[in-house]
Design a protein around this ligand. Sequence first.
Ligand code: S3P
Length: 423
Amino acid sequence: MIVNPKDRINGEITVPGDKSISHRAVMLGSIAEGITEVTGFLMGADCLSTIECFRTLGIPIEVNDKKVTIHGKGLLGLAAPAKTLDVGNSGTTIRLMSGILSAQSFSSDLTGDASIQKRPMLRIVAPLREMGAKIDGKEGGKYCPLHIEGQPLKGIHYNLPVASAQVKSAMLFASLYAEGETIIIEPAPSRNHTEIMVNFFGGKIVHKDNVIISSPVKKLTGQYIEVPGDISSAAYFIAAALILPNSELLIKNVGVNPTRDGIITVFKQMGADIELLNQRTQCGEPVADILVRSSDLHGTEIGGSLIPKLIDEIPVIAAAACYAQGITIIKDAQELKVKESNRIQTMVSELKKMGASITETDDGMIIEGSHSLRGSEVESYHDHRVAMSLAIAALRAKGETRIHNSDCVNISFPDFFSYLEKL
Ligand code: S3P
């Protein structure tokens, strides 16, 4: 994709549905009784992989424009799959589904693309094994393909070693089937969409401070779910409006769950003019319209418990920080190394090609802002968030930027480039 600089971005948009919420709606809808209707569903490749996996498990799912209808068959209504479940590029699919599949009365195999086969699985395999799961994978369960032999499970008390919503959610899905309570202690709050949606479907998960207590359920009931826009997708346009002078952008109907809104906290810390309008709750999730105006950003320090609240937005924050006055330090973000690409390495190397003054550190990066970037040939490394973040950096660079392997935006935001073009 070729991206040329722009001097402003103006107007009103809505962004595609939240990826995390879309996955969870299919999963819970499949193991609930009766029909679940989902509007605003994200039709990105990752969420379509989740739909395909549940179809392979015998759940009828209709996809109609942005509406998905799931004919749930109850907690034990999934059928043994006739083939290996293919999660494509989706870490959320493989990790969360493993929790459900561990408790079934059949065996299953899960795999995905080259990137997913390199991503760590022991983080879910270890706690699921403690719950009684028979789950194995390559190198003793470090990597997929995973093989799961469904078993009766038991609730455990578990200290999460990393603040990961995927690990927490794999356990929470397993806990629905387990004997006794499952108690999870988080080192820092991570996205809580599973907790919210399980309760919305009739389950019982209680959250107090950093302790989550989940009780087994007898049944879940199909629901009507309205998925809000994904703040992780809105992030690209928020950043664009901030760094391009004379911009004013209204992004309507965005999920602003406090476990996901770190990007707003950080941009405000950097001097951003951002307002949340029309704040409301939709299916238990906080939602708002986000008004952004161009701002003179200054550098900041990002670390600690803020990291899980903006983990997917760090690439675009790095891009915006190149245009801020002064130094931005991102630390405690080692988790970036095990995303779709090593996002510390990939963002540092590609922004450097554009002339950024940016240094890789062991747990993040240091960016000296206020430098004007130059359009260059850059690589996405088949990582959707890297491709989109580089496109935002390119909007204020001098000259044209060519992003190689930009098709990967299909994973979370298939229309990303047409949105940019329209704006
Ligand atoms: C997600 C959790 C995060 C995030 C990913 C989606 C989820 O991963 O990076 O894009 O939907 O639970 P981790 O839990 O591995 O940090």
